[in-house]
Ligand binder design. Structure first.
Ligand SMILES: *[C@@H]1O[C@H](CO)[C@@H](O)[C@H](O)[C@H]1NC(C)=O
Ligand SMILES: *[C@@H]1O[C@H](CO)[C@@H](O)[C@H](O)[C@H]1NC(C)=O
Length: 351
C-alpha cells in the first residue's frame, strides 16, 4: 500500500514537473485565433505548412540568376542585407528570402530536422517556380540545411533531382556541430573549450538532454546561452563595430522573428543543429563533379561564434569546397557591403 502511494506520488510529481517546467507552451501560430496576423506572402507546402517569403532584385522572369538566402539563428526573411539595387541590376539577380519553419510567419514544424529544412528549400523553389537552376546562400545556422549527403544529395539529388537544379552554394560562416563524428575528438573538444562556459554548458544540454532545453533556457539560476542575454563577449572587435552600425538602422520586422514562441524557432534550431546527425559533412560527395557549379565556404578569421578550426578542417577534407578566410573579420561578414558583394560575385562566377 505504502509502495503504491509512493509510486503514485512520484509519477504525479514527475507528471507535474513535466507539464509545469519541461513542456514548452504551444506555439502561437500565425493566422490562428489569438495568434499574430499573416502579413507577408506565403506558399503552402505539400504537408500543409505555410512558408512566408520576401522577394527582391530583378523579377524572376527577367533575372539571369536566382538566389535563395537562408537566414541564421534568431533571424528571418526580413534580414536586411547590404545588396544595393545597382548591384542587383548589374548581376541580374532575383533574391528570395524566407522564414525558416517556426520563425516569423512560417508555420512551426514539430518534426523539423536537418532533412526537412533542406526539403523546405526545394519545395519553396518549386512552388515559386524558380525554374531549372538556383543558387543557395546559407548564413550561419541556415547553412545546415544546405547541400549535404543526407540533405540535398541523398534526399533531394536522388529523389527530386535537385542536383541538376543547384547552380552553386555559398556557406557563409556555417554552423558547426561539435559532435559531428568526422572531427578528431581533440579538435572539437578544444574548439568547444574556447566557447564561454555558459555556452558550453548550454550546447551540452541541447545535445545530451534536448527535453530539458525549454526549462534550461527559461530558468534564472544559471546563465544559459550568452547570445540571449546580450553578452557581448562572443563578438570579436570587428563584430562589435558592425553591431554598432546595425543598431543604428535595425532591420524592420525584427519583432516578428520569435512571435510564434521561442521553442519552435530558437530552441528547435539548437536541438536540430546540435543533435545527433546520421551523417557527417565529410560524407558529402561533391555536388558538382563536372565543375558545373561551385561550393564556397566563407569564414571570418576572428569569429568567436563559429570556431574557424572546425570549418578549416572540413574544407581540408572536402577539397571541392573553396575555402575563403576573411582576415580581421568575425561572424557578421555578410553585413559588410563589400564582403557581401564579393561573396555574391564569387558565387556567380563562371567556372
Ligand atoms: C552519401 O554518403 C554515403 C556514405 O556515407 C555514400 O555511400 C553515398 O554514396 C553518398 N551519396 C551521395 C549521393 O553522395
Ligand atoms: C568592410 O570591409 C572592408 C574591407 O575589409 C573594410 O574596409 C570596411 O571598413 C568594412 N566596413 C564595415 C562597415 O565594417
Amino acid at each position: 500500500m505504502i509502495t503504491q502511494i509512493a509510486v503514485a506520488t512520484t509519477v504525479g510529481l514527475l507528471g507535474w514537473a513535466y507539464l509545469a517546467l519541461l513542456k514548452p507552451p504551444p506555439p502561437k501560430v500565425c493566422g490562428s485565433p489569438g495568434g499574430p496576423p499573416v502579413i507577408s506572402p506565403r506558399v503552402q507546402l505539400n504537408d500543409g505548412r505555410y512558408v512566408a517569403y520576401k522577394e527582391s532584385g530583378v523579377s524572376k522572369e527577367k533575372a539571369k540568376h536566382k538566389i535563395i538566402i537562408i537566414h541564421g539563428f534568431d533571424s528571418s526573411k526580413d534580414l536586411m542585407l547590404p545588396i544595393s539595387q545597382d548591384l542587383m541590376q548589374e548581376l541580374e539577380i532575383y533574391v528570395l528570402q524566407y522564414d525558416r519553419a517556426g520563425y516569423g510567419e512560417s508555420d512551426p514544424h514539430p518534426k523539423r530536422s536537418v532533412k526537412s529544412e533542406a526539403f523546405d528549400v526545394e519545395e519553396l523553389a518549386d512552388k515559386l517556380q524558380l525554374g531549372p537552376k538556383f543558387y543557395v546562400v546559407g548564413l550561419s545556422m541556415g547553412a545546415y540545411s544546405i547541400p549535404g549527403n543526407a540533405t540535398f544529395s541523398v534526399l533531394l539529388f536522388n529523389e527530386l533531382n535537385v542536383q541538376r537544379r543547384l547552380a552553386g552554394v555559398a556557406l557563409v560562416v556555417p554552423f558547426v556541430n561539435y559532435w559531428w563524428s568526422c572531427y578528431p575528438a581533440k579538435l572539437s573538444n578544444e574548439a568547444l573549450g574556447k566557447m564561454l562556459a555558459q555556452d558550453q554548458r548550454t550546447f551540452r544540454i541541447v545535445h545530451y538532454a534536448p527535453w530539458l532545453v525549454h526549462w534550461w533556457m527559461n530558468q534564472k539560476w544559471f546563465h544559459s546561452l550568452s547570445m540571449m542575454e546580450g553578452n557581448m563577449a562572443i563578438f570579436c572587435p570587428p563584430d562589435q563595430e558592425m553591431l554598432k552600425q546595425l543598431s543604428s538602422a535595425p532591420s524592420p520586422g525584427q519583432e516578428k522573428v520569435r512571435q510564434q514562441g521561442e521553442f519552435e524557432c530558437l530552441y528547435r534550431d539548437l536541438i536540430v543543429g546540435f543533435g545527433n546527425w546520421d551523417f557527417a559533412p565529410t560524407d558529402i560527395k561533391n555536388p558538382f563533379p563536372d565543375n558545373e557549379g561551385s561550393v564556397h565556404l566563407w569564414q571570418g578569421h576572428d569569429d568567436r561564434i563559429i570556431p574557424r578550426e572546425l570549418n578549416c578542417y572540413l574544407a581540408e577534407k572536402l577539397p571541392w569546397i573553396q575555402y575563403h578566410e576573411v582576415p580581421n573579420a568575425g561572424h557578421l561578414i555578410i553585413h559588410n557591403a563589400s564582403y557581401c558583394e564579393t561573396i555574391l560575385r564569387k558565387l556567380l562566377e563562371k567556372q
